[in-house]
Design a binder for this molecule. Structure first.
Ligand code: SF4
Ligand code: SF4
Length: 289
């Protein structure tokens, strides 16, 4: 029906007005219940979770407490525990950044060899669209989203092009802005480090076992070599001659044996022949009688 959308919208507005009136009435005299005093009449106001009305604040003296997942411009993490930048200059964030507003220069050692740290890191805050892709893709938890949204300047360039010094914050700052995510991340990093340590220990143990087996094999070889010392050329010649003579003697022995066997066979044949002749003679005599 014509006008129902309009009536619905007005209903929502009326509900917000009534909720706000009710919240204001309940919060008197403590309008700043749950707020954080910053001094000098400045405070951060946290709207209680049970309030549904709109909260009017006196910005910039008063500010809303931002939710943990609020994001604006990225920041680089300085690992205070390890006393080093977490960024390894891998360049993944610069590759995935949709508007291409990250610029990284990898550092190098005294020999000109590239190392895993940045010498320069820039983000053009005027171009950054706060998408958080760089944070999602960073494999080293080195870049996170900052909550600082008061970036107004008179000159866009170069004031909105942040360098490494302006972007870098200590780990504790990140922990204060993102407490839940920080806790989860620390637990995961600890687990990964423990796994890495175990893998390295296993690798070292395997290498030690291989080295021990190799040295044992080398010791066996050397003792075998000691048990059979090398002979001189003259000794080897003499040994070869001796072996040849032995072989000849064995062959001669084997040949004599053959003669004996042949002689025995011949004698046996002669005997059989003699017996056959004897039997033939006897048969002849018997038939002649
Ligand atoms: S911030 Fe992360 S993704 Fe970007 S260069 Fe550094 S380590 Fe790589
Ligand atoms: S938040 Fe998005 S736009 Fe901004 S630097 Fe990261 S990837 Fe680029």
């Amino acid at each position: 029906m014509f006008g129902t959308g309009l009536l619905k919208g007005l209903g929502v507005t009326l509900k917000h007005a009534l909720d706000t009136f009710e919240d204001d009435r309940e919060s008197v005299p403590d309008r700043y219940r749950g707020s954080l005093e910053l001094g000098n009449n400045r405070r951060v106001i946290q709207q209680p979770i049970d309030q549904e009305g709109l909260l009017t604040i006196q910005y910039p003296e008063e500010k809303r407490l931002l939710p943990e997942r609020f994001r604006y411009i990225p920041m680089l993490i300085w690992d205070s525990e390890k006393q080093e930048d977490r960024c390894t200059a891998c360049g993944i964030c610069a590759k995935v950044c949709p508007p291409q507003c990250i610029w990284i220069v990898r550092d190098s050692d005294e020999n000109g060899k590239p190392v895993t740290r940045c010498s320069e890191f820039y983000i053009d805050a005027a171009v950054c669209m706060s998408c958080s892709f760089c944070v999602e893709f960073c494999p080293f938890d080195a870049i996170k989203m900052n909550h600082d949204y008061e970036l107004a300047v008179y000159d866009r360039y170069p004031q909105l092009v942040y360098d490494m010094e302006e972007l870098t914050v200590p780990l504790e700052y990140y922990a204060a802005l993102w407490p839940t995510q920080y806790e989860e991340e620390q637990a995961r990093r600890k687990e990964e480090e423990e796994q890495k340590r175990k893998q390295e220990e296993e690798k070292a143990a395997r290498a030690a076992a291989r080295a021990a087996a190799k040295s044992a094999a080398a010791a066996t070889d050397s003792s075998a070599a000691q048990a059979a010392p090398k002979r001189s050329a003259a000794e080897l010649q003499a040994l070869a001659k001796e072996r040849a003579a032995q072989r000849q003697a064995q062959a001669a022995d084997a040949g004599g044996g053959d003669d004996d066997a042949a002689a025995a066979k011949k004698a046996r044949m002669e005997e059989l022949k003699r017996r056959a002749q004897e039997r033939a003679r006897q048969r002849k005599e018997e038939s002649g009688r």
